[in-house]
Every structure is written in C-alpha cells, then in structure tokens.
Design a protein around this ligand. Sequence first.
Ligand code: ASC
Length: 151
Amino acid sequence: MKAFACIAAAVTLVAFSAPASAQFAKPEDAIKYRQSALFVMSQHFGRIGAMVNGRVPFDAKVASENADIVADMAKLPWAGFGPGTDKGGNTRAKPEIWTEQAKFKEGSDKLVAESAKLAAAAKTGNLDSIKTAFAASADTCKVCHDAYRNK
Ligand code: ASC
C-alpha cells in the first residue's frame, strides 16, 4: 500500500512537472514544434508591428488580441530545445544553446516577461505604451537570434 501510494505520488509528480521535452517522440518533432511555435508567435507579433510602424491603421482590439497570443506563444518554444535536439532536423539553432543553458533560459524568460508587458500595454489601448513594449519585446527576439541562431 505504501509502495502504491509512493508510485501514485511519483506518477502525479511526473505528470505535473515533467519537462515538456518528454512529449516528443524524436528530435525532429521537437525541432518542428519549436519552429512552429516561433513561427506562429512571429505572425502575431508582426501584426502588432505593422500597427506600431504605421503600415496598417491602429486598432486597439486587434493589437490586444494579437499581444495576448504572443504572450501565450512565448512560453512554448523552449520545451522544444531539450537535450539531444541540437541535431536531427532542419535547424539553424547554434550549439551554444545547449552549452549556455542558463544564459539561453535568461533570454527566453526575458521574452516571456516582455511579451506579458506588451499584452498588458495593449489592454490599455495606448499606442505609445504599445510601441515602447513592442520595441522591448522585439529586442529580446533579436538578442537571442544574434547569439543563438545561425544565419
Ligand atoms: C519579428 C520576428 C522576429 C523579431 C525580430 C525582432 O516580428 O519575426 O524574429 O520580430 O525581428 O528584432
């Protein structure tokens, strides 16, 4: 009984704390997953960018909807950078991602934080606040791409 309780507790713990990387059957799937998540995020980020840069008229509701999606998507790609996913698919990810894990995580955490601020700014409907928060988020994209993505 004690053993059973132990196993049940362990199973529960794993279910709630297993790194999401465990969900991938093969490295190629993890690579596809992270690229897909980043692509979806970039599409929604780009829609805000078009308003921020004046290419399309500003619509506060559309900006807010897109910023919410960006903030949610920002949490996803990182599970796809687990151990052993540096190769096995078509990837521009640099090996430094896996040798500088703490720094890489710092960068991804920064994007998650800045995109949450962007979503909050978008809820105010104030274009200037959105511009500032958009620039801060875009900077976190760029810093990581410069350091960790091959040309
Ligand atoms: C985007 C996008 C990126 C970032 C980056 C910001 O819209 O697809 O990768 O912004 O260009 O510097």
